[in-house]
Design a protein around this ligand. Structure first.
Ligand SMILES: Nc1ncnc2c1ncn2[C@@H]1O[C@H](COP(=O)(O)OP(=O)(O)O)[C@@H](O)[C@H]1O
Ligand SMILES: CC(=O)N[C@@H](CCC(=O)OP(=O)(O)O)C(=O)O
Length: 314
């Protein structure tokens, strides 16, 4: 005979609370059943290895709950650290890294090599009991991402004359070939999770560096994802008073860029959110990926997390 102790009672209480949480998630699990959710995992969000492993566990959970997660990752801080070590200087224009030959070589090494394979491996390890497997890809695999050279126009603050800024090997996705992604997602026998590095190829065969937010938006749009989650290092989008915006429309997002409230890395995030929604994605959420289980809070609870961006009311 084994008698109930105080610690048994506490564990039992915890079990009841867990069961309640699971039951409350049921309506949300049904909403996302067999839907594609694109997750952009930013370089800042993946900084802490323990949290990164929790992220991999959450991706496995999504897959086992019947959702199809597609991960697009960044690695900006990791590229900067490697460039620093190599003594290569880096500059940014509107959140985009100006990319010359040396920068391109290091960016591809870091993104398609170290970061991509690490995330795929974490997912595979987190899912090994259920045979969920992360598959690391870059835009170079199976013609996934064809790009065109990106340019930016800047106004000279003194003369107010507009100038075209050459960003070097910075690309913008022109064609997303989703054949391989769909093959992986729909494989009837295996639970594959595509993990995509933001590297693409232009028509002339040259390699280009792409902002990871932009890739996530293009992939989410092509796959008609139900949601795109942009995991970053801030609670969400902040307004002019530095208060968190809980929800906004595409027009309001555009206004934040115009007003200069969204600057730096937030610009490609909002631009990609707008483009993805216009391409058919139902909603985009910008949230803090450093917080453990941020994706689960967003997808499976009533309040959600971060900033939700939706289309303008008709
Ligand atoms: N209005 C804004 N609200 C929130 N963050 C903003 C805003 N404008 C600029 N940012 C900056 O954008 C950053 C997120 O972009 P970035 O550093 O490129 O993230 P990631 O590496 O995750 O892609 C935030 O840490 C913040 O410094
Ligand atoms: C053109 C461009 O800016 N490319 C990015 C690609 C990585 C990225 O976007 O990483 P985060 O999402 O972590 O910022 C870069 O070189 O930093």
């Amino acid at each position: 005979m084994i008698k109930q102790t105080q610690s048994d009672t506490e564990l039992e209480e915890k079990g009841w609370a867990t069961a309640k949480t699971l039951a409350e998630a049921l309506p949300y699990i049904q909403i996302y059943d067999r839907e594609i959710v694109t997750i952009k995992y930013g370089g800042h969000a993946m900084g802490d290895e323990a949290v990164a492993k929790l992220f991999a566990g959450d991706i496995v959970l999504l897959k086992l709950l019947g959702i199809h997660p597609v991960v697009v990752h960044g690695g900006g801080p990791q590229i900067s650290a490697m460039l620093n070590r190599a003594g290569v200087k880096s500059t940014f224009v509107d959140g985009l890294r100006v990319t010359d030959d040396a920068t391109m070589e290091i960016a591809e090494m870091v993104l398609s090599g170290a970061v991509n394979k690490e995330i795929a491996n974490w997912i595979t390890r987190a899912g090994r009991e259920a045979d969920v497997r992360g598959v690391g890809l870059s835009g170079k695999d199976a013609g996934l991402l064809t790009v065109e050279k990106a340019t930016r126009i800047k106004k000279d603050p003194d003369s107010m004359i507009e100038q075209v800024v050459d960003l070097g090997y910075v690309g913008e996705p022109k064609v997303v070939d989703d054949k391989l992604l769909r093959t992986l997602i729909n494989d009837p026998e295996h639970d594959y999770v595509p993990v995509i590095a933001p590297i693409g190829v232009a028509e002339d065969g040259l390699t280009y560096n792409i902002n990871a937010d932009t890739v996530a938006g293009a992939v989410a749009g092509k796959l008609n994802a139900k949601r795109m989650l942009l995991l970053t290092d801030i609670a969400g989008v902040l307004d002019g008073d530095k208060d968190l915006i809980r929800q906004m429309t595409v027009s309001e997002a555009r206004q934040l860029i115009e007003d200069g409230v969204a600057v730096g890395g937030m610009i490609p995030k909002l631009e990609t959110a707008i483009a993805a929604i216009e391409a058919g994605v139902e909603a985009v959420v910008i949230l803090d990926g450093r917080r453990p289980h941020a994706m689960l809070v967003e997808l499976f609870t009533e309040h959600g997390a971060g900033t939700l961006i939706t289309r303008d009311p008709q």
